[in-house]
Design a protein around this ligand. Structure first.
Ligand code: CA
Length: 227
């Protein structure tokens, strides 16, 4: 598992590097945000741990640039500013998770484990429903040949739905497969993400809707409208 650490503070960077290495990962380090964007765009990483305050460009900008390039490598943001605003801003920029400083190595490993496990089942590598295609190893999605920008959580949600195409996916299954929740958090998390996904894949009036709501149960990906 290749992990990129993007952090300019030498002590934090080297203790993360050591901890990840001890845990069996292959970590590499870079200090600048703009360098990180290039390295993440041109090489394959299982996950990225990125600080927000960085030289070159800050972590939020780096995440935005990557998502604009349709790169959905899982990203865990770190920040000394443990404020709710920053957390929401980070997730809106397209980060997958957020950890306020100071953090323990155990917390980092737990979050990384959750992020990297998601991309793990690559039974089929190219999934298709009508003209919607998902290339799992390259982490790209397209509809009618047009690339669709997805955060890695949206990508994972679409992957689960497409692997089950033609079958109803209950909310509980989506919560478990996409968020690692084995319980109902009592929020409309799934519905919020489905809405974002639907805007991206079923977004024009003349395209066939593929993502269907099965009222009271969950969602289904299908070329045919549900009976
Ligand atoms: Ca920093």
């Amino acid at each position: 598992m290749r992990i990129l650490i993007v952090e300019d503070e030498p002590r934090t960077a080297s203790s993360l590097h050591q901890g990840l290495q001890d845990a069996g990962y292959q970590p590499e380090m870079v200090q600048r945000g703009d360098d990180a964007v290039e390295i993440i765009s041109t090489q394959s990483w299982d996950a990225v741990i990125m600080d927000i305050m960085l030289p070159g460009c800050d972590g939020l900008t780096a995440v935005r640039r990557l998502r604009e390039r349709s790169n959905s490598t899982p990203i865990l943001l770190l920040s000394a500013l443990g404020e709710v605003d920053q957390r929401i801003e980070g997730l809106n920029a397209g980060a997958d998770d957020y950890l306020p400083k100071p953090f323990s190595l155990g917390e980092v490993l737990a979050r990384l484990n959750a992020l990297t496990r998601r991309g793990g089942d690559t039974k089929a590598i190219l999934l298709r429903v009508a003209d919607l295609a998902l290339d799992v190893p390259h982490r790209t999605a397209s509809r009618g040949g047009r690339l669709i920008e997805l955060s890695s959580r949206e990508f994972r949600l679409l992957e689960v739905l497409m692997r089950q195409a033609g079958n109803v996916c209950p909310r509980s299954l989506l919560l478990r497969e996409v968020w690692d929740y084995n319980f109902d958090p009592g929020t409309n998390l799934v519905d919020v993400y489905i809405r974002k996904l639907r805007e991206k894949i079923d977004n024009s009036d003349d395209c066939l809707p593929l993502l269907h709501t099965i009222r009271g149960v969950g969602y289904m990906m299908s070329e045919q409208p549900p009976a």
